[in-house]
Design a binder for this molecule. Structure first.
Ligand code: GTR
Length: 399
């Protein structure tokens, strides 16, 4: 963190959030307002998601279906092909389902940073064929995945426990469609499958493409009889949490959304300028957003949106926001306050959301009416503690 990073609550400026309802806080107006907010996030933050299908279309095929080498579980691997021969892209989608189930199961669906093979040591998970970001300790050699990467991110994905609690888990590697590197040629060749945005300032960035791939993955798993298509939960840690929120905001068929430590331009309020700011993120990761975002560097108060509005777009579906006590870069309090502010949209539907504005103690989860929040002790990560709370909360949504 550079010296000019605000990590002291006393330094948070006075701010006024843009009005969620534009002066009309009534249910009749919400559908129009919601559309308008989606447009505004697309125009100013994440870029426009093309409405048309890509050239050459897309389609999933099941590549393998086998017993997993642990617990009582089935491992299903899909390939989602996108684009025509000559400009072909493909996503490898991994799904685990518990064998013991009474009917179709709810499924957590999230992007991973380092390849499907990193979430578990299971030797049957196909190694990615894509360009890999060389995250420390993930066994990447010359931007290629290797056997050494297996299970290296297993601490973020407690697969056996998720299955034991009656959920399925699906994941895909973010870089299959949009490598996490500014200017990577695969990003532009993927974009070429669609007509360009009418305004180049609102051309979509990686977060838009990642969110798009989450929706394609949702469709692919929805087709299986063992999956409850009405209970697919978008989940993600950090930049993948930002993508999960944007995916669930746009795609109403996601039943719920979970943002873990998603921070700046995820769940945290931008106007607090605490931790990572719009200036810092648009300089560090310009390829995640539309070009227009950088015009708001040091001008957060001029933005037509703030992140409580993104959370409100999930309403009335269940929403969970989680932070970590040492993750000041992601502004835990700003994440909490955005969830508090978004509660107003839930109230339009007769749900309380989070009542009150008192920031909860560390590891004292606050599970409100359709919105849950907790702050875990420790650093920026998504761990077993977080998953247990997500499942406690989700269990209650479908009793
Ligand atoms: C950081 C970035 C954050 C967050 C994080 C992550 O470097 O500044 O916005 O996305 O990476 O994804 O782990």
């Amino acid at each position: 963190m550079s010296q000019d990073t605000l990590i002291d609550e006393a330094g948070v400026p006075q701010y006024k959030l843009p009005d969620l309802f534009d002066g009309k806080p009534n249910p009749q107006y919400w559908a129009d307002r919601r559309r308008e907010l989606l447009e505004t996030f697309a125009e100013h933050v994440y870029g426009r998601t093309p409405l048309e299908a890509p050239e050459g279309g897309w389609g999933p095929t099941v590549r393998s279906r086998e017993a997993a080498p642990f617990a009582e579980a089935t491992r299903i691997q899909f390939r989602i092909q996108v684009g025509p021969p000559g400009n072909r892209h493909a996503v490898a989608l991994l799904l685990y389902l518990p064998e013991k189930r009474k009917g179709p199961v709810p499924v957590f669906l999230g992007l991973n940073f380092s390849g499907n093979h990193t979430i578990h040591t299971d030797p049957g998970i196909s190694l990615p064929e894509s360009w890999m970001f060389p995250w420390d300790g993930t066994g990447v050699v010359d931007h290629r995945a290797t056997e050494a990467g297996r299970g290296t991110r297993a601490h973020r994905w407690p697969v056996e426990r998720i299955l034991e609690r009656g959920y399925g888990l699906a994941t895909l590697y973010c870089g299959d469609l949009a490598p996490d590197q500014q200017g990577h040629p695969r990003i532009s060749s993927f974009r070429e499958l669609f007509a360009p945005a009418p305004d180049p300032q609102s051309e979509w960035g990686n977060l838009g493409i990642w969110a798009w791939s989450l929706s394609r993955a949702r469709e692919a798993i929805s087709a299986l009889a063992e999956v409850d298509a009405h209970r697919i939960i978008a989940i993600g840690h950090s930049r993948m949490g930002k993508a999960a929120l944007w995916a669930a905001a746009q795609d109403p068929l996601f039943a719920a959304a979970i943002s873990n430590n998603s921070g700046c331009l995820g769940a945290a309020l931008s106007r607090r300028k605490f931790g990572e700011t719009v200036a810092k993120i648009s300089k560090g990761f310009p390829h995640w957003f539309c070009p227009r975002l950088s015009t708001y560097a040091e001008r957060e108060e001029q933005m037509p949106v703030d992140q409580h509005m993104l959370l409100a777009l999930i309403a009335p579906r269940p929403l969970y926001v989680s932070s970590a006590s040492e993750d000041l870069w992601a502004d835990p309090r700003g994440e909490f306050l955005a969830a508090v502010e978004a509660s107003a949209a839930y109230r339009l539907f007769g749900h309380e959301g989070i009542a009150g504005t008192e920031f909860p103690e560390v590891e004292a989860p606050l599970h409100g009416d359709r919105i849950g929040y907790h702050i875990r002790r420790g650093t920026h990560n998504m761990l077993r503690y977080d998953w247990e709370r997500f499942m406690d909360f989700m269990d209650k949504q479908w009793e």
